[in-house]
Ligand binder design. Structure first.
Ligand code: SF4
Length: 471
């Protein structure tokens, strides 16, 4: 374990994140207060733990730089994102572009201030330029985007930290859940009258766990109540192939859905079994082909790097198989071990030891290799990076990157990532976000995660949003 003592409560999160980036497989504890006030044995710290003392009486950037350089020397590692601990590195490039800075000025700033590698600086600038171009027609001030969460899945993936209930046990509540969504849609129709609806995203969970008729009911209601005439993109995540059927695809197509995702995560049956997906590669291919037959010309696929037991060769195999399908959009995630997932709990309780644990925490050199393979594969498929974000506890301190072919980039993904437009979010466990003007402050309100509570407290959920979006 890494134990860091700081005298006052400053930059605790940043210190923790930086240490975790250098020591992904170790527990990291940042303790506030003079060492010695509480004996180490009462804090469960053993003599074998590595202890550091950090003086936080300095600026954040200087402190992070100092920690980075020290840990880099101690471990012999360099991190591609330097000491950047935030989740949106492209935002820095975007802001500087908006201030009129040149690529060269942005490069020097990111290098000097955050020690970011040349490669990551280039990709940040590249993405920021592409995002700017894609978003140029979006009226942030008068527009908004809509998110609907369908919190049901065929089974729960091992790494999942989203709001997700197994559809088998919850199918009886789906109609009531849709009724609650309709109430929320009524609120949006009333409160956002006169505003432009730019993008609609139905996510989850797995929206395609709804039956075709339920989808028609829900989407039909949305279209009846809201003005879809300016909607630039309508996505429905159809992530799990084991939930996709021809009649559901047909229903979505007929109801005007423009973009879907069919997510493999890996093209290895053994890995899919290990992570609890309970579908096969053959099912994935079948679902993808079916979606093409039904006329979908913008299909996203998600893959995850760093899955248990996987090597860079497995990622090569996954990429080669995906190439045969030629998706329009590929999102490359690095495994993040998030609070609330079965994986996190197993690791916290130390149920995963030895080989199993290390098979989840890949050395960063493996993740770097995997990311290179995925990037090369995406470029060979004619896809270019268009958005990028990082997460807490992500494997190797890397990032998630979305690649897309020309004209197929997911606009909603950019909007939510760059936090430039208000998003009204409906359904259990969703978070609405109000953005006050470009680059302005952001306020959020969330709907409870528990589905029974959400349905019971639906009026309170709507009231919260009403307050958030009141003029
Ligand atoms: S499909 Fe997505 S939301 Fe559903 S259990 Fe898996 S990770 Fe969670």
């Amino acid at each position: 374990m890494q134990v860091i003592y700081i005298k006052e409560d400053r930059f605790q999160y940043d210190i923790h994140s930086l240490y975790k980036a250098f020591y992904p497989a170790e527990e990291v504890r940042v303790i506030i207060g003079e060492k010695g006030l509480v004996p180490d044995k009462e804090r469960d710290i053993s003599p074998s733990d590595e202890i550091s003392f950090i003086d936080v009486d300095t600026s954040k950037n200087d402190l992070k730089k100092q920690i980075y350089l020290e840990l880099s020397e101690r471990t012999g590692k360099e991190l591609p994102w330097g000491d950047l601990t935030g989740i949106r590195p492209t935002r820095i490039a975007m802001n500087l572009l908006e201030e009129g800075k040149t690529a060269e000025e942005i490069r020097s700033y990111m290098k000097d201030t955050y020690l970011v590698s040349d490669k990551k600086i280039d990709v940040s600038i590249d993405i920021a330029l592409r995002e700017k171009e894609i978003l140029k027609d979006i009226d942030y001030k008068n527009g908004y985007s809509l998110y609907l969460g369908i919190p049901f899945c065929p089974t729960t993936c091992l790494y999942c930290s989203f709001t997700s209930y197994p559809i088998g046990a919850y199918s009886k509540v789906v109609d009531e859940y849709i009724s609650c969504l309709k109430k929320e849609i009524d609120f949006v129709a009333d409160s956002f009258k006169g505003k432009t609806l730019d993008t609609v995203y139905i996510g989850g969970g797995t929206p395609t766990t709804l039956e075709a008729e339920q989808m028609r009911t829900l989407i039909g209601y949305l279209q009846e109540k809201l003005d879809f005439s300016k909607v630039k993109e309508f996505t429905v995540e159809s992530g799990r192939p084991d939930s996709i059927t021809q009649d559901k695809l047909r229903a979505m197509k007929e109801m005007g859905v423009t973009r879907i995702s069919v997510n493999p995560q890996s093209m290895s049956d053994e890995t899919l079994r290990l992570i609890g997906r309970r579908h096969t590669v053959a099912q994935l291919i079948e679902a993808f082909d079916l979606a093409r037959q039904e006329g979908f010309d913008n299909i996203n696929m998600d893959i995850i790097l760093g899955l248990p037991g996987e090597t860079p060769e497995d990622v090569s195999h996954t990429i080669e198989e995906i190439k045969k399908l030629s998706p329009d959009d590929l999102t490359v995630h690095c495994l993040a071990i998030k609070r609330g997932s079965r994986l996190f709990e197993a690791m916290r309780k130390k149920e995963m030891k030895g080989e199993l644990k290390t098979s989840f925490i890949k050395p960063s050199v493996d993740i770097a290799r995997m990311a290179e393979i995925a990037e090369k594969g995406a470029l060979e498929m004619g896809l270019k990076p268009y958005y990028l974000y990082r997460q807490k506890n992500i494997s190797g301190n890397f990032e998630n990157t979305g690649y897309a072919s020309e004209g197929k980039a997911g606009i909603y993904n950019i909007l939510i990532n760059e936090e430039v437009q208000s998003i009204v979010a409906l359904g259990a466990g969703t978070v609405s976000k109000r953005v006050y003007g470009e680059g302005g402050r952001i306020e959020r309100c969330d709907n409870v995660k528990d589905i029974a509570l959400y349905m019971e407290q639906i009026d309170e959920m709507i009231d919260r949003k009403r307050r958030l979006f009141a003029d």
